[in-house]
Write a protein that binds this ligand. Structure first.
Ligand code: 13P
Ligand code: SF4
Length: 347
């Protein structure tokens, strides 16, 4: 069954040729990523979408917010398809536009004009558009440091959403102390800070990634005890405590490059999504690679893009039917593009 589906996908891909472009995020399943024309982290995929003006159909193997970004950055006639509409992101779901507008009103009441928003690309187009309207920008895990620096060149304070961990880890690496950070809780509509509010430089949205929160300091301690030779490398969506205890932290692209350039025989415990860890393990049999969490950590929504959905989307195209098209309304797209362009200009 699987090999038959693979054969069908291959032959449609061949027939559609350059009319079809398939970007694939590093967390996608092997059964799907084998058909990707390009693989990358969130930043690379956004850049590829911006560059491709040739393909008629972009079948996006990733999650909903990535397909939205592809739609925003491509021409109107280019059709972006997400093989399974249920492939969302639990982090992006932790911030909706209404909550963000309420937070912004409260924060600008408190801090006046001294604050600028930065939004992680793992967010809806509507929120990117809101941030674009306020003069802010998007960030990804591979350019977060540069973007936070840029934000501080614009204003005294940064409102970072929706991932508190990426925000905290990045600001801390740039010298902002934990006392100078506050957390906005969208449910309580309250600001939690440990120091005086006037000293706050970074306001973090209380959101997180449900995959990366499964890596813990206890797992690191366990590895340090049992396998002291192991290098520990994690994604900055992990908590601040985990990032502090790890040897290295960076985006999926950074993790891949570190493993690729590591000497044979070296040992690595990786704190990121399971499909990527397994792929690295298979690609580097000369290195010892394990997941930092022994139970592995799949991103269930990424995994919804599977071979049957992928083939269904391709075969529908051949029959002249576009399924699961992702379209961002024009006005939203235009304002979200302003936020994305500010990032891409600096990338
Ligand atoms: P990057 O691809 O930017 O490292 O982000 C990881 C992620 O969680 C994507 O959803
Ligand atoms: Fe969202 Fe986390 Fe999955 Fe990335 S890994 S898509 S941030 S839930």
């Amino acid at each position: 069954e699987k090999s038959e589906l693979e054969a069908r996908a291959r032959s449609i891909k061949e027939r559609l040729g350059r009319r079809l472009f398939i970007p694939g995020h590093h967390y996608q399943k092997d059964e799907v990523i084998q058909f990707a024309d390009a693989t990358g982290d969130s930043l690379q995929l956004a850049q590829l979408a911006a560059k491709n003006d040739e393909a008629e159909y972009i079948v996006f193997c990733g999650v909903h917010f990535m397909a939205e970004t592809a739609d925003i950055l491509t021409r109107e006639e280019q059709v972006v398809i997400l093989p399974d509409m249920r492939a969302g992101c639990s982090m992006a779901d932790m911030a909706d536009l209404f909550q963000v507008e309420r937070a912004w009103t409260a924060l600008t009441d408190l801090f006046g004009e001294t604050i600028i928003p930065l939004v992680y690309v793992n967010s809806t187009a509507a929120i990117k558009a809101f941030v674009g309207r306020q003069g802010g920008a998007t960030v990804t895990s591979s350019n977060a440091k540069n973007m936070v620096k840029w934000a501080f060149s614009q204003k005294e304070r940064v409102f970072f959403l929706p991932d508190q961990h990426l925000g905290r880890n990045t600001a801390y690496a740039l010298g902002v102390s934990l006392d100078e950070m506050a957390v906005w809780d969208p449910r309580e509509e309250s600001l939690q800070c440990s120091g005086p509010v006037d000293n706050v430089k970074v306001i973090l949205w209380k959101g997180h990634c449900s995959v990366h929160e499964n890596f813990t300091v206890r797992q690191i301690e366990q590895i340090r005890r049992t396998k002291p030779e192991m290098n520990i490398i994690v994604h900055p969506e992990c908590s601040w405590e985990v990032v502090q205890q790890a040897d290295y932290a960076g985006s999926t692209k950074y993790i891949i490059e570190m493993i690729r350039n590591a000497p044979p025989g070296s040992q690595w415990a990786i704190g990121t999504e399971m499909n990527l860890v397994n792929r690295l393990k298979n690609e580097h049999p000369d290195k010892e690679i394990i997941s930092l969490n022994p139970y592995m950590c799949p991103c269930l929504t990424m995994n919804r893009i599977d071979l049957p959905h992928f083939v269904w989307a391709l075969e529908s195209l051949e029959q002249g039917v576009v399924v699961n098209r992702i379209t961002v309304p024009n006005e939203v797209a235009c304002q979200a593009k302003a936020a994305l362009d500010r990032m891409l200009a600096l990338a």
